[in-house]
Design a protein around this ligand. Structure first.
Ligand code: ADP
Length: 400
């Protein structure tokens, strides 16, 4: 029997998301979520099998090992345990691969140690990702484990776009540069956009706009990323649900000196109480648009700040790429918020950019073009699927 299944694991600090995919037709078979790992009280597991009822239960999950064992039990009950001969690999989402990991990588002890060395750059994420890797390796040492890095797609960004203009020795000592995130999504969406245009990725220049709770833009030239809006951390760039995106770094010194806030408090302010939430009290774009339409001035301002920043990046990436074949919207806001798409490109006919409102507002789920036929640059909606991309990359590497 051919090994054609891939289990994708996304371990967060207190949760484990998993998906089992059949790579023969890139179909999701089952998926689940274990929550409240390491917290007080019982954890919770939700498992949705390929066929049959969703299963939910409470259980003790003191650590990631317990969570993965519980998930493996559920998969085994469906006939696809971690020891199944049909399983080709486990694909692990790893947030930070630094400059070292430029592609999906088969995990061994050395790779584990390297991911550990990168923990200071992603203190919340890499330890959880590592816990998932270690547990999966222990549960089935013979099964290939593939690490797929959020940063890898961005390692082609040239130094002049990746370097901050700060003291070079300090930057080198502390590995301070722009790494970018959401790389698996930008890779997937830029490739699917080329497919949608009926062309090879190497032939097209695409601007991908991943607008979810977190948001980032990427400029992709011939399949290679040349710039992205997130930087050393996912805080830089676009206005997000709760993150500020770009601010003058002196805001931090000012808040420290004038408001007496600690570094931890400012971190929390910029990451969790800023963005749309900070501007108007709502981080859900649906609410922001609804309130704006009712005449709420704070919601109007939040929307306008969001769009202003988005257009600034769009313009910057047009200048970087020279020729743009498509602008692709993806993730929760990008795939659903018709108003954001309209506002992002309005008045840019001179650049060959326009949205056909009938296409923009037509219901649809798959990849689709929403620009008029005459437009020089296609505007597209391309749903992202980070789990599928991780599975595709892992499966390609183990070469089943
Ligand atoms: P995450 O970054 O957490 O993966 P998603 O990509 O799922 O987030 O995006 C979540 C966001 O998508 C929500 O906060 C919401 O603002 C937005 N969203 C979802 N559906 C719609 C919709 N129909 N219209 C506007 N915004 C939407």
């Amino acid at each position: 029997m051919n090994a054609r299944l891939v289990l994708v694991l996304n371990s967060g600090s207190s949760s484990l998301k998993y998906q089992l995919l059949d790579m023969a037709d890139e179909r999701r078979l089952s998926f689940g979520l274990v929550e409240r790992i390491g917290e007080r009280g019982p954890g919770r597991l939700t498992h949705t099998p390929a066929a049959g009822e969703r299963r939910e239960r409470e259980l003790p999950v003191p650590d990631h090992a317990a969570a993965l064992r519980a998930a493996a039990d559920e998969l085994a009950a469906d006939g696809h345990g971690l020891d199944s001969p049909e399983l080709a690999a486990v694909g692990h989402r790893v947030v930070h691969g630094g400059r070292r990991f430029t592609a999906p990588t088969l995990v061994d002890d050395g790779v584990e140690a390297e991911i550990e060395r990168l923990v200071p750059l992603a203190p919340l994420h890499n330890p959880a990702n590592l816990a998932g890797i270690r547990t999966a390796r222990a549960l089935n040492p013979g099964l290939p484990q593939v690490a797929v890095f959020d940063t890898a797609f961005h390692t082609t960004i040239p130094d002049h776009a990746a370097c901050y203009a700060i003291d070079a020795d300090t930057a080198a000592e502390h590995r301070i540069r722009r790494y970018g995130f959401h790389g698996t999504s930008h890779a997937f969406v830029s490739r699917r956009t080329a497919e949608l245009l009926g062309r090879e990725p190497a032939e097209v220049n695409v601007i991908t706009l991943h607008l979810g709770n977190g948001a980032s833009a990427a400029a992709v030239a011939g399949g290679r990323c040349v710039d992205t809006s997130m930087g050393l951390t996912p805080l830089e760039g676009l206005v997000m649900g709760t993150r500020s995106g770009d601010v003058d770094p002196a805001v931090v010194f000012h808040l420290s000196r004038v408001a007496g806030m600690s570094v931890g408090e400012i971190d929390e302010l910029l990451n969790s109480r800023s963005g749309l939430l900070g501007l108007c009290g709502d981080n859900d774009m649906r609410e922001v648009v609804r309130r704006m339409d009712e005449g709420d001035p704070r919601a109007r301002l939040a929307f306008d700040v969001y769009i202003h920043r988005l257009r600034s990046y769009l313009g910057a990436y047009f200048a970087l790429l020279g020729r743009v074949d498509a602008v692709a919207f993806t993730a929760g806001v990008g795939e659903n918020a018709t108003r954001v798409r309209t506002a992002a490109v309005s008045g840019l006919d001179g650049w060959g950019l326009a949205v056909d409102e009938r296409l923009n507002t037509a219901p649809g789920r798959g990849p689709r073009i929403i620009s008029p036929e005459y437009a020089r640059c296609a505007v597209a909606v391309v749903p992202t699927d980070e789990e599928l991309e991780i599975a595709i990359q892992a499966f390609a590497l183990v070469g089943s």
